[in-house]
Design a protein around this ligand. Structure first.
Ligand code: NAD
Ligand code: TDX
Length: 363
């Protein structure tokens, strides 16, 4: 039986991971440590038993040491500031959490597992992003683990710094680390500032769908549960000190994702008359196309053109492969958001609304 400490477990991917882990490994103990920033939501873990929740910051080194001393042998580190647009408007929090926070966790792990624990079996798994590799041209080969780092946003630069610190703690002190760099996740519990949930909820309210640039930036879409399985495989069989890229095998221009979303919303309204009652401001409620809301806005500064993942390493070593294609998983995601309106209404209250009003009003 393992004892996991999951940082950022009340956020989008962390909560999906905790749910996945409880299903797959019910006898393991799980502690979630989360500061509950605007992106963290205690309700993301509702209905789960066997999970201890600790409301704390990853920079609270003493607190993390105490938790590690309670018998934790595996730390899975999701906690981060994760939204590129926010990092452009205010990079400080990204340095504080992603760089200083990750370093604080590494110091705690070194102290408890190496210094006090005489190297008892342990694992520090760091969750990172493909954005550290920068941007690809249309004909460039996909990112692989040896692609040089070339981050372009304060967010990706802060994640790159954290990746390097994790690597250094392995090579310098012998900390047992693994790192995964994954592509764009989608699925339940994603905060509605990221492309898919933002555009869906805007479409339901008849609000513009703000397309950055020409809408032809390409992302590799990864269903969050596939990501969780990839991390599980790395925890079970990944080589210590190694990094593994995880992708969804679905490279799509934003416009294709947006058109798929608009068509799916239109089809959902056509199939379920109750949606027009629930969302009377949606164009689809009046039989009009959701695509009529598409609006080109000023591009994101430093907007990476294309991400693509070469998953040869994780597939060859650990047998990873995304389980389902985008079409099926996207439909399930849409259905989840339509069925969980109270969830997204609750998380969109407060700080999110004022941030959107400040930063999107003039675009
Ligand atoms: P998220 O923004 O939804 O959640 C982040 C969580 O971390 C929240 O629960 C928040 O409260 C918590 N947190 C933030 N600062 C903290 C601090 N100082 N101390 C403790 N907790 C803190 O993020 P996500 O989309 O779930 O991403 C999780 C991880 O995966 C991040 O490290 C991110 O860089 C990485 N990642 C995300 C994606 C993606 O598509 N979402 C893709 C690649 C990598
Ligand atoms: O309003 C929007 N309009 C738009 O055109 C938003 C929010 C996004 N976009 C574009 C920008 C990107 O090309 O859609 C694409 C996806 O944008 P995001 O959802 O903001 O994701 P991205 O910037 O690609 O980063 C995501 O994947 C990698 C996560 O937010 C990161 O945490 C992760 O590391």
């Amino acid at each position: 039986m393992a004892k996991l400490l999951v940082t950022g477990g009340a956020g989008f991917i962390g909560a999906n991971f905790v749910r996945y882990w409880r299903r797959q490994h019910p006898s393991d103990a799980v502690i979630v440590l989360d500061a509950l920033t605007y992106a963290g939501n205690r309700a993301n873990l509702d209905g789960l038993d066997g999970v201890d929740f600790v409301h704390a910051d990853i920079r609270d080194e003493a607190r993390v040491c105490d938790l590690l001393r309670s018998g934790v042998d595996t730390l899975v580190h999701f906690a981060a500031e994760s939204h590129v647009d926010r990092s452009i408007h205010g990079p400080d929090a990204f340095i504080d959490t992603n760089v200083v926070g990750t370093h604080s966790l590494l110091k705690a792990a070194r102290k408890v597992w190496l210094d006090e624990g005489a190297g008892r079996p342990h694992r520090f798994h760091h969750v990172s992003t493909d954005e550290v590799y920068g941007s690809l041209g249309p004909a460039d080969p996909a990112f692989h683990e040896a692609t040089p780092y070339a981050p372009n946003s304060p967010y990706s630069a802060s994640k790159a710094a954290s990746d390097h610190l994790v690597r250094a703690y392995h090579h310098t002190y012998g900390l047992q680390v693994t790192t995964t760099n994954c592509s764009n996740n989608y699925g339940p519990y994603q905060f509605p500032e990221k492309l898919i949930p933002l555009f869906l909820i805007n479409a339901l309210h008849g609000r513009p769908l703000p397309i950055y640039g020409d809408g032809m930036n390409v992302r590799d879409w990864l269903y969050v549960e596939d990501h969780c399985r990839g991390i599980e495989l790395v925890l079970a069989g990944g080589r210590i000190g190694e990094t593994y890229n995880i992708g969804g095998g679905e490279e799509l221009p934003n416009m294709v994702v947006i058109d798929t979303l608009c068509a799916a919303v239109d089809a959902a309204f056509a199939a379920d008359p109750d949606l027009a009652r629930r969302f009377p401001d949606a164009p689809a409620a009046a039989g009009r196309a959701s695509a009529s809301l598409k609006t080109y806005v000023t591009d994101r500064p430093g907007h990476d053109r294309r991400y693509a993942i070469d998953e040869t390493k994780i597939r060859g070593e650990l047998g990873y492969r995304a389980a389902h294609g985008f079409e099926q998983r996207f439909a399930e995601t849409l259905a989840w958001y339509l069925a969980n309106e109270p969830w997204w209404r609750a998380v969109m209250d407060g700080s999110y609304k004022s941030w959107v009003e400040r930063n999107y009003a003039t675009r």
